[in-house]
Design a protein around this ligand. Structure first.
Ligand code: FMN
Length: 210
């Protein structure tokens, strides 16, 4: 707006100018051109950054670190707050034991207590929700997380790290647990992702208008 006013004033000055000194006139036209160029590119920059006004939260659960690594790559590409979904009682670090614990949790439809809450959850527009595929669905701490907040008016962008089962049933589980959220296109990553992880994430974020 200021640019436009300034440009308009410059134009008025040029209109008043008698035309006797072509060099001065040329300088004024050059100045006007520079102002209009700045307005044009400034407008483009503002349009490109318009989505950065969305307040983003990356909330994730990770047992073995793969999902955490993907979160780090996402955080390299966008500005977002990060919240780790951690159960108060940690799962075993032993693979065979955690397999059993996770299956038991799922059969019981458990809601493991979490050790922290998101401050000012209502301020976030979009929640990027990351988790490993556990027994073809979400780990149950993610269920606790989804039931702990009001997702009305929020967008969830799910992503999962998996060992071959991609999303499994996890998207329908999330839909049931956060029925008021708008759930948009997700991203699945094989284990920690391959050499295309960076570009896969960049494309996903771009397609999701983030
Ligand atoms: C308890 C448990 C259950 C799993 N179930 C599945 C599954 O059903 N389908 C699948 O593709 N991968 C499964 N996996 C593999 C994980 O999804 C995969 O290793 C993922 O990269 C782990 O992410 P994390 O390192 O962030 O925990 C399972 C892993 C664990 C520990």
């Amino acid at each position: 707006m200021i640019f436009f006013l300034h440009a308009d004033l410059e134009l008025q000055k040029i209109n008043k100018f008698s035309g006797t000194n072509w060099r001065k006139n040329f300088m004024k036209i050059k100045k006007l051109f520079l102002i209009l160029t700045a307005v044009f590119f400034g407008g483009i920059a503002m349009a490109q950054n318009s989505n950065s006004s969305k307040k983003l939260l990356i909330a994730y659960f990770s047992w073995g670190g793969n999902t955490r690594g993907i979160v780090q790559e996402i955080a390299n590409q966008i500005r977002a707050d990060i919240f780790e979904i951690e159960p108060k009682v940690p799962y075993s670090t032993n693979y065979n034991t955690v397999l059993k614990q996770a299956q038991e949790d799922q059969h019981k439809n458990a809601r493991p207590e979490l050790n922290a809450t998101v401050k000012n959850f209502s301020e976030y527009d979009t929640i990027i929700l990351g988790y490993p595929n556990w027994w073809a669905s979400i780990p149950m701490p993610v269920a606790t997380f989804l039931e702990s907040y009001d997702f009305a008016g929020k967008t969830i962008m799910p992503f999962c790290s998996h060992g071959g089962g991609r999303f499994g049933q996890s998207i329908s589980a999330i839909t049931k647990l956060a029925p008021d959220a708008k759930i948009i296109q997700g991203l699945y990553v094989h284990y920690s992702g391959g050499s295309t992880l960076k570009s896969d994430i960049a494309k996903w974020l771009k397609d999701s208008e983030i």
